[in-house]
Write a protein that binds this ligand. Structure first.
Ligand code: ZN
Length: 187
């Protein structure tokens, strides 16, 4: 079996903005759960991201990435903190972030400001749902913009989180164990 290949995403190589929230204390646990702020994706997801970057750029927008590959050990920390399968994938099922095919992100305008998506990243509330009826029209439009970009690039969305996109069929792929989370074995 060939080793799954994770590719590092950087602003210089991919033209994205990166704010890896789980490497900071600005996440739901209140402390860093990544040892290193490495933004990694499995090869086919990286190719999709490149498409998304171009589509967004042609519309005057930049992608800001909050999370990509997530080591299973970090998933365990999240589950221990919030054992709620609505928002955190159970350990036996595993997160598609741990398969390297999921990405959490938002859009920046030409001035580098985040588009108003109605809630912050990782807000564990009903308002984080796509198409939530209580949100203002400009929030709905901003979310649809991100949805259109990511779908055009080959990703699919999940119902509960406006910021989360993943490759279709991710569930069939193996979890990638990279306990170090840097320095990762980048082949
Ligand atoms: Zn996610």
């Amino acid at each position: 079996m060939t080793e799954p290949r994770l590719i590092e995403i950087t602003p210089a190589t991919h033209g994205v903005d990166i704010d890896l929230v789980y490497a900071t204390e600005r996440n739901l646990t209140g402390k860093p759960i990544y040892k290193k702020a490495h933004c990694l994706l499995l090869e086919p997801a990286e190719a999709g991201l490149r498409k998304a970057v171009k589509i967004a750029r042609d519309a005057g927008l930049t992608l800001r990435i909050f999370d990509a590959y997530r080591p299973p050990q970090a998933q365990q920390v999240l589950w221990d903190f919030l054992p709620d399968p609505t928002y955190v994938a159970e350990l036996d099922r595993g997160s598609n972030h741990s398969r390297g095919t999921a990405i959490d992100l938002t859009l920046l305008d030409a001035s580098g400001n985040e588009l108003d998506m109605g809630t912050g990243f990782d807000a564990m509330t009903i308002e984080s749902e796509h198409f939530h009826p209580g949100l203002s029209q400009h929030v709905q439009r901003n979310r649809l913009l991100l949805l259109g970009i990511m779908h055009a690039a080959g990703f699919t969305h999940i119902r509960n989180e406006w910021w989360h996109y993943e490759l279709p069929g991710s569930r069939a792929l193996p979890l990638i164990d990279n306990s170090e989370s840097g320095p990762l074995r980048l082949m």
